[in-house]
Ligand binder design. Structure first.
Ligand code: GTP
Ligand code: MG
Length: 212
């Protein structure tokens, strides 16, 4: 009897839905970013700062295992935000995105921000149909994450190093992190920010204006 590889088959069906999402996003002219990083690295805080300071039309989809807290934080910034509660799942999948975007008027958006479930491993393996993956690192996590979790960094076109305000309190070699990221992804764009302090965002906004 032929063996069925369930993981490969789940991946294939995810890829097919992701391709349909990508086609839909392209037809509507919306640029989609999939934010991936450890729990607490500052994904929502970066989106909050972006929501408050970026000109343009955008919406957000926020994935969490449980609660809609982070989607509420984005709504408090005056931006449409939809929560996906995975109920235990450690990453978002393309079908969840497809059913959520069915409730969003994509044609009036410039950008759609997706915050994946806090996790440096699983989310990087699941295409959602996004234009780019955005990896978020933060200073207190330690400076070896690019080397330890390469699967994300070979795929990410943007890397944030967030919580730069904590640099004087944590041993962290930001230059080494940048070298590591450039080694595995030579054209990656790296932004060094403090989301709570509101520093380092202008190059990120310039990048967004350039892809719009
Ligand atoms: N010092 C400092 N704290 C920050 C910064 N960015 C975020 N924080 C704090 O870090 C904590 C986690 O931030 P979130 O934005 O919720 O992190 P997240 O990545 O969305 O977390 P999950 O959704 O749970 O994975 C909060 O207490 C933030 O206020 C920063 O740049 N500097
Ligand atoms: Mg969050």
């Amino acid at each position: 009897m032929a063996k069925i590889d369930l993981r490969a088959s789940a991946q294939q069906s995810n890829d097919a839905v992701a391709a349909r999402n990508r086609d839909l996003f392209g037809r509507n002219g919306v640029y989609v970013m999939n934010f991936i990083g450890s729990p607490g690295c500052g994904k929502t805080s970066i989106l909050e700062y972006t929501a408050r300071h970026l000109d343009g039309n955008f919406a957000a989809i926020i994935g969490d295992v449980q609660t809609a807290f982070d989607a509420e934080r984005i709504r408090d910034c005056g931006v449409e935000a939809h929560a996906i509660e995975t109920g235990g799942g450690c990453h978002l999948n393309a079908a969840q995105i497809a059913s959520t975007v069915a409730n969003i008027a994509l044609d009036r958006l410039d950008f759609l921000f997706i915050e994946n479930v806090g996790n440096l491993v699983c989310p990087s393996a699941f295409d959602l149909g996004e234009n780019i993956k955005v990896a978020v690192l933060s200073v207190p996590e330690g400076d070896e994450k690019v080397r330890k979790y390469p699967a994300l960094f070979v795929r990410a076109d943007v890397v944030f190093i967030n919580k730069m305000d904590l640099l004087d309190r944590c041993p962290y070699d930001a230059e080494r992190v940048k070298e590591d990221a450039l080694k595995v992804r030579p054209h990656v764009r790296i932004f060094e920010t403090s989301a709570t302090g509101g520093t380092g965002f202008e190059p990120w906004f310039e990048f967004l204006r350039s892809v719009r």
